[in-house]
Design a protein around this ligand. Sequence first.
Ligand code: KG4
Ligand code: ZN
Length: 341
Amino acid sequence: MSERLILAIETSCDETAASVYSSTRGVCSSVVFSQIALHKQFGGVVPEIASRSHLQKISIVAQQALTDAQLSLEKIDAFGVVNRPGLPGSLLVGVCFAKALALCKNKPLIAVNHLEAHIFSSFLEHDVPFPHLCLLASGGHTGLYLVHGFGDYQLMGRTLDDAAGEAFDKVAKVIQLPYPGGPELEHLAAQVNYHDFLHYPRNKQKTVDFSFSGLKTAILYDLVARGFYNLKERQLCASLSIHEKQQVASSLLNCVADIFIDKILCAYNAHPTIKALTFVGGVACNTFLRAQLTAWGQLHGLVLYTPAARYCTDNAAMVALVAYYQLQAGNCAGLQLDIEY
Ligand code: KG4
Ligand code: ZN
């Protein structure tokens, strides 16, 4: 089979990313410009700033992806782009850019679902058997999927309120850690060996749907009860020592690990024939959560596959992989392609 080359673009949130993917050689390049430094001072992503930054960076990032792959634009066989879900202004930048490339090079344009790209991101490095369960946990989404094949998957349960990463970011903000909170919490929890100090409540419901807002509230009320937080002023009234922050971080990670395992168990009981587990999205960077899920998988004879950290957080390599199998299936978009959010 002759080689096919895809250039994929990802601008759904606060990373401007481009990647060249080869059907025979895999990922040839993956360039990510993270906007974290731009949004840090606001404690979260500011949509207007995000779309403007995408506009400034997109062509530089795409050019870098071609340079890293040692290819010219002429060699590209198709253009993939995330058109859903995401921040509207950010999605528009990527979609317009990819449309322009497809139009001027007269090559196919492929619309990719950002969540589907995460779901199949483990295939960038592993050959995961089907069917398997995929836990997707990022800043914007948390869900469990039953994955039957490429492009063939079904949502079993999702968060009814906050995403797991969002809960991390919000709790981190309360205890005055920088954005994004997930890596900061992991760093603090590692210093106390991931001990569960505070035993936050686990809500054991027998459904596959997640809920993290109750946990966030429980943490807040625990801080109020211990005289650290003023609910009326919605801010800390006494500063937490480093050890107190470590305790919150470590206890939160333990609670989230238990919630993940509880939901995976529910899904597994409904589909005991699954052959593996995958854990994807930004939260899957977390080494403690990976270790807990790996241990659970071992108990049930299931291997847990996780992408390398650079493919857990938003990137365009995972988009290119999905674009490639969509191209093979003939699922190309027209130049009237719109965003969905
Ligand atoms: O997948 P991602 O890059 O963007 C979205 O699609 O949302 O995920 C970002 C999320 C943030 O909420 C961040 O706090 C979380 O992933 N995250 C982590 C870690 N690294 C990133 N959460 C826990 N532990 C980490 N090491
Ligand atoms: Zn994402």
